[in-house]
Unconditional design. Structure first.
Length: 388
């Protein structure tokens, strides 16, 4: 049972009966409804577009908070929202999505730091170069270059890649310009970005830097296929969000490099989570080194990321357990998506935690949760369309 203190009451509940309705839904474990994939997907995309338009600077608002309202644009996640919107464009052939992708990509180029990096946190914060954020923007800029053929996007991505190579440690990890100045195993998602850059430029330094990081990350894996140094802070139990970043990085790297070794890392860690989900019908927010958790809440971003990974693994290995449980997990996410026009600011959005007062982005709807939700629904749709 949540303990709602006076401060939360005054900031969240008192101004809005709708906010109270949201809290009561979670308090009594009352879900929204499940509709068609198309409706849920369109709702998520529409919310992302709204989050982009609301900032009026070209970037995408990091989140909508029940306490603070709309937040400023967030360079990192704005970057990797670009591929999501391109994917939706190819699904619908509605060309206004191309213009939105261009607006975001142009904004990213306009805020690139002198040394080639991109800042951490929202655009209104200190403009400090961060490795992971830089990698995520590279993913968006490369996709924008492929789709729109604007060389400026590739130039900016290349400059960002040069920054990553220059700041990499000898053993392949990143500490300097890394969040909290500690090594993060989930930076294999940054290695994935470097591999995408290599595919375009054919410059071996990007492939070599990515491979060094992947091999360093392999050394962080224990015999239980769980990763050390995989949190935002030192010695912190990792969120499913970070775990899924790591698994996806290995999976995409394995696909690009045609490496069974890296794909096998993603497969075995994913199977641990699949076994947990099948047994418990729930994925808690964090997992310790024994794949155990004492958390009462779920990190919905991590759920969406993992569902996407399971669908990709199904495509590779044809193991129907991955498909069946990904669809189950997507249905759970649909139940958590706000699908109600009365909630003008969050209609179509996915919250950070379930229940909403969980410790991951409490009382907030981060754009990346909805982004990954849209991604996994599009992959599910593609798979089911082929089967039918």
């Amino acid at each position: 049972m949540v303990e709602i203190n006076k401060n939360i009451f005054n900031k969240v509940i008192k101004p809005s009966l709708l906010n109270l309705k949201l809290l009561l839904k979670d308090l009594f474990k009352s879900n929204h409804k499940i509709y068609s994939n198309e409706l849920h997907l369109k709702g998520g995309i529409d919310w992302l577009i709204n989050a982009q338009k609301i900032t009026q600077d070209g970037g995408v608002s990091s989140s909508y908070s029940l306490i603070f309202g709309w937040r400023p644009s967030y360079p990192e996640t704005s970057g990797y929202i670009i591929p999501t919107l391109f994917d939706y464009y190819h699904l619908t052939n509605e060309k206004h999505y191309l213009e939105i992708c261009k607006e975001i990509a142009d904004w990213e180029c306009s805020i690139q730091l002198k040394e080639g990096a991109f800042q951490g946190d929202n655009i209104d914060k200190e403009r400090k170069a961060i490795v992971f954020n830089t990698g995520q923007v590279i993913l968006g800029l490369i996709r924008a270059f492929k789709e729109l053929k604007n060389n400026n996007y590739l130039d900016c991505a290349h400059k960002a890649g040069e920054f990553l190579v220059k700041n990499q440690e000898i053993d392949g990890n990143w500490i300097k310009n890394s969040f909290n100045n500690v090594a993060h195993t989930y930076n294999v998602r940054t290695a994935w970005a470097l591999l995408e850059l290599f595919l375009i430029t054919k410059e071996m330094k990007f492939k070599e830097a990515a491979t060094k990081n992947l091999n360093w990350a392999l050394d962080q894996k224990n015999e239980n296929h769980w990763f050390f140094k995989n949190s935002f802070k030192r010695n912190e139990i990792p969120l499913l969000h970070c775990i899924s970043y790591t698994i996806r990085g290995f999976l995409e790297a394995g696909i690009i490099l045609k490496s069974e070794k890296f794909k096998d890392v993603a497969l075995k860690s994913s199977l641990k989570l699949l076994n947990y989900y099948e047994k418990n019908n729930f994925l808690p927010a964090r997992f310790n080194s024994k794949w155990q958790s004492h958390d009462f809440y779920s990190c919905l971003t991590g759920d969406a990321q993992l569902s996407l990974i399971w669908l990709k693994l199904y495509q590779i290995y044809n193991n129907k357990r991955f498909l069946i449980n990904a669809i189950r997990l997507n249905n759970y996410l649909k139940l958590k998506q706000v699908v109600d026009h009365k909630f003008k600011e969050i209609n179509g959005a996915i919250k950070g935690s379930d229940p909403i007062w969980g410790r991951y982005n409490p009382f907030s709807f981060p754009n990346w949760a909805t982004k990954f939700f849209c991604d996994t629904l599009m992959i599910e749709k593609k798979i089911l369309s082929k089967m039918n």
